[in-house]
Every structure is written in C-alpha cells, then in structure tokens.
Design a protein around this ligand. Structure first.
Ligand SMILES: Cc1cc2nc3c(=O)[nH]c(=O)nc-3n(C[C@H](O)[C@H](O)[C@H](O)COP(=O)(O)OP(=O)(O)OC[C@H]3O[C@@H](n4cnc5c(N)ncnc54)[C@H](O)[C@@H]3O)c2cc1C
Length: 499
C-alpha cells in the first residue's frame, strides 16, 4: 500500500513525500494527494468525469481515473512528481479539439486539464511579445493582441475552443501559414514541466538567442509526450486590419498554382490565405438543402475554387493592389470567375464554405486525413486515390480541400454517405474497422514515394501511429524513441502516442 504522509507547498517548490508499504496503489490516497495540491474541487472523479464528452468530435463519455486541474506550473510539477513516483500515466488536455486522438485517455489515466491556467500575463508592445499561460484560448490571445494594435500569426477554425498549449503541443498550422509559418515560428520561449516534475523555464523573449540548443523546439509538436507546456512567450506581429477577400473559380489545377504564384508576388507579402476547395467540397458547403450552408457565390460547375485573402495596413492601396492582381489573373485567363466580398457579412459567408467542416463531417462513418505532398504531385495523387476509393466503394463521397500553398490537403472519405446534414459531429468512430484500414492504405500508401507526410499539421497521436514510418525513416524514429526515453524514463506522459 502506498501511504502519502505529507504534501507541503513551500514558497519555491512543491515537495511531495510519501513512503511505500507495498506496491498496491490506493486510488483514494492518490486523489487525496492531488487534492492537497490543487484543492478538492479541482480533482474530479466518477460521474464528474463521465458526464463530460470525450472531446470536440466524440460525444461518448470521457474516461479517466481522475481529472486534475492545476492552477500553475508549481502545481503541475507537484502532480507529476507523484505520478512519476508511482508510475501513473498522465494525459494532458487542452481544448480537446485535436484531430489525431492525442488526447485519448482510459480509466487508467490521470487527466491533467489546464483549463484554469488561462491567463495572459503580459504584453510587450515594443518587443511585440505576449506571455501567456498554456490553457489560454487561441481566440483570447488573438483578441488581446488586436486590442494592443498587434496580431498573432496563427488562426484556425477551432480558435474559440483550442488552447495555446494544445496549439504548441500539436504545432498547429491553420489559415495563415503561408505568411507567418506554423505555431513553431510564433514561439519564442516556453515553460515546460518534465515527467519527473522538473520545471524547465526557458521564457526567452528575444528574436535572437543562439546560446546552445533551442530546447523549446523539442516540445513544440511533441503532443504531450515529452513534457507539459505551462507557459509560452509568443511572437506578435504588426496589426494588418484591412482585409480583402475573394472567392475564385478555376477550370484546371495549373491555373490555381499559377494564380497563387502571381498573387503572392503582386501582394508584396500581404497574401494571408489561399485556401483551395475541390468541387465536391464546395457543392456540399453551398448546398442550400442543408442547414448551415450559404448560397453559392459562384456557380457550382467549376472543378476548383479558392478563397484568397490579403491583409494590410492601408485600406485604399491594399484594395487597389488586390483588385489589380485579380484583374491581371482574369485577363490572363487563369481565373474562370471571381467574387470579391463587399462587406463583413459577405466575407463571413465566403469563409463559412471553407470552415463549415461540420457539415461534411456529419456523414457517418467518415475518415479525415491531413496529408502533405509536393503541390505539383497533387492532381495525379488525387486521381489515383479517387479511382481506388471508387473501385472499393462505388458511392463513396470524397471531399478535398486544404492549405494549398503549404502543400497540405485535407481529405474526407465517406464510403457510404447517408446522414447528409445531420447535426452530430463525429469522426473516425469505427477506427478499428476493415473499411478504415483500407481507406488508410489508399490515402497513405502513395505518400512515401512522393516524399509526403501522413500528418501535415494535426500530429500523429494514436490515430496515425501505425503509419508514421511512411514519413519518417528508422533513424529518425530511433532518435524520437531515445528522446522520449531520456525525458520520460518511466513512460508516464501520454504513453503509447506518436512512437
Ligand atoms: C473546427 C476545427 C478546425 C481545425 N483546424 C485546424 C487547422 O486549420 N490547423 C491545425 O493545425 N489544426 C486544426 N484543428 C485541430 C486542433 O484545433 C489543433 O490540433 C489544436 O492545436 C489542438 O489544441 P487543443 O487545445 O484543443 O489541444 P487538445 O486537443 O486538448 O490536445 C491535443 C494534443 O496536445 C496535447 N496537449 C494539449 N495541451 C498540452 C499542454 N499544455 N502541454 C503538453 N501537451 C498538451 C494533448 O495531450 C494532445 O496530445 C482544427 C480543429 C477543429 C475542431
């Protein structure tokens, strides 16, 4: 039996002392030890866990031995010290919007929820940085930056639910990667708690710091397997409040890539988004028979569509540049048709076609993919995958859209589409089925030869673990395992995920 004799909070560090009588862990004692650190109300057990949904995508009850909600890094450290001592597995939860099952927990895991660590600590308008706790929502960071005449370079559809810690742990991409890069490029400093409770404070706020290894980058994209991110210093950018948005139609893929190149050159670094949708996806998002869709701004006859958006600081010259670049593309017959939004409502309607993923996801079952490959290879890859899917499932719905400029496509496969427009958002629910495995083989199979990736921006988690070898070689995988074993000697942090 494990006896917890004292848990004392000193000013600098939480010290946890215990003694073992034998190896059997009494859960109530574990909960008691957690409660001593975070308070009773912040240790959830039983119904308080099962009444929560598993995550954004899956309404089935969440499973965990306990959910513990610390208030700061010291408390995270104290909890991890206990878990490390008794070899208790820990799954960190942010906003639970992740798309790779990295948040998956069982009734044997302790869930560390960072919902209470949601404060913005400071904003430096001169250095253009923000110090923020890991549980802070992305949208809260965006709004705070804007209020200070600045902006944060990451934006994605889950902005109102996902956390900065989750964004960092998954190295989230999103809609503005072509301009600002992924989350990795926005993180100047980090505070991380290691599996044994050691707090690594690396809250660098400088653009330049080559004093040894850049440790923070180890944790960006590590999906909660190497440490718990508790704070970050984020890089901010000058505000670009004037948006110009259009939706374009194309006959051929080469016209899309030529327009992307042309707009990028013409906009002098102001091109903020270039989101491409293939016909089926566009038709679904503008199918007026389905609740939540908008009227099609362009007719539904075209094979390809793109939402293009610039952001700048000068209303009139930005608009002039944007419209003249589009006029050039029309003149060169790259674009078949175009609509430029004239109001915030029109802009929102255009974006809703791209962001209404929920409508697409209401097929059941359906499988979601996030792959990257050289842009030039995309048409042949999609033809090949589409043909294979149709051969296996003649009625398959195959939706394609994505961040084209980043070489990143999202693919959705619904083998037998039925529940078009139903309201339940679920994904990959029959993940163990033969159907899912067949679909995975068809989607992932060709990527290795093309030098592509099975995960462009969503991470590996549990979902893509069997396929990581398609995108990483044996030496890379061995080094990942070595890092994991070195930083988490007892394998308690998100065990079984990634490698
Ligand atoms: C509508 C919608 C649109 C989306 N669009 C995009 C997109 O365009 N681009 C994109 O990249 N993603 C996108 N996503 C996926 C998702 O939003 C991101 O993966 C996001 O970064 C996850 O953040 P979260 O706080 O929800 O993390 P969670 O889902 O809670 O966790 C994700 C992983 O990170 C770990 N983790 C969470 N917090 C921490 C922490 N503090 N320390 C250590 N590990 C931690 C978890 O253990 C888990 O492995 C989208 C999701 C939705 C629902």
């Amino acid at each position: 039996m494990l006896r917890f004799s004292t848990v004392s909070l000193t000013s600098k560090r939480v010290t946890f002392r215990h003694r073992y009588k034998d190896q059997i862990l009494i859960m109530s004692e574990l909960f008691h030890a957690f409660a001593e650190i975070v308070g009773d109300v912040n240790v959830l057990t039983g119904d308080a866990i099962s009444e929560k949904p598993k995550n954004y995508w899956d309404p089935t009850p969440l499973q965990a031995k306990a959910i513990v909600r610390p208030a700061n890094a010291r408390e995270v450290s104290a909890i991890l010290q206990i878990c490390h001592d008794v070899k208790q597995s820990v799954v960190t939860h942010g906003g639970l919007t992740g798309l790779a099952d990295g948040d998956h927990s069982t009734d044997q895991d302790v869930v560390l929820s960072l919902t209470r660590m949601n404060k913005i600590e400071s904003i430096d308008c001169v250095g253009q940085t923000m110090n923020v706790e890991a549980g802070c929502l992305l949208e809260t960071v965006q709004i705070a930056a804007t209020k200070n005449g600045l902006q944060y370079g990451v934006d994605l559809g889950a902005r109102g639910s996902c956390t900065i810690g989750g964004n960092i742990a998954t190295n989230a991409g999103g809609l503005s990667v072509l301009r600002y890069g992924m989350t990795r490029e926005q993180v100047l400093g980090l505070e991380v708690v290691l599996a044994d409770g050691t707090i690594i404070s690396s809250m660098n706020s400088m653009m330049k710091n080559n004093a040894g290894y850049d440790l923070k980058q180890l944790f960006v994209g590590s999906e909660g397997t190497l440490g718990v991110v508790t704070k970050a210093v984020l890089r901010l950018r000058p505000e670009t409040p004037y948006e110009n948005t259009a939706i374009l139609a194309f006959e051929r893929f080469e016209q899309v890539t030529a327009t992307l190149g042309m707009m990028n050159n013409a906009m002098n670094g102001q091109l903020n988004a270039f989101e491409v949708m293939w016909n089926d996806y566009y038709c679904l998002g503008t199918n007026e028979a389905i609740k939540g869709t908008v009227r099609p701004p362009l007719s539904t006859e075209w094979p390809l569509y793109a939402i293009v958006e610039s952001k700048g600081a000068n209303a009139s010259s930005d608009q002039e540049n944007f419209e003249s670049a589009l006029a050039d593309a029309l003149e060169q017959e790259l674009i078949s048709d175009a609509v430029i939004s004239q109001s915030e409502k029109e802009r929102a309607d255009i974006w809703s076609i791209r962001e209404n993923v929920d409508i697409v996801l209401s097929h059941d079952p359906k499988y979601i993919y996030d792959v990257s490959l050289p842009i030039i290879e995309m048409p042949a890859y999609l033809d090949d995958v589409g043909a294979k899917l149709r051969k296996k499932w003649p009625d398959v719905a195959f939706y394609v859209y994505g961040h084209l400029a980043d070489g990143n496509l999202h693919l959705i496969v619904a083998p037998e589409p039925q529940n078009l427009g139903s309201t339940t958002v679920k994904k990959n629910l029959d993940a163990d089925s033969e159907w899912y495995k067949s679909s995975n083989d068809m989607i992932y199979g060709p990527l290795e030869k093309l030098g592509g990736s099975v995960s462009a921006e969503h991470g590996i988690g549990l979902e893509k673990k069997p396929y990581i070898g398609f995108s990483r070689n044996q030496n890379e995988l061995s080094m990942m395992r070595l890092l994991k074993q070195t930083l988490d000697t007892k394998n308690i942090l998100n065990p079984g995920k990634i490698v």
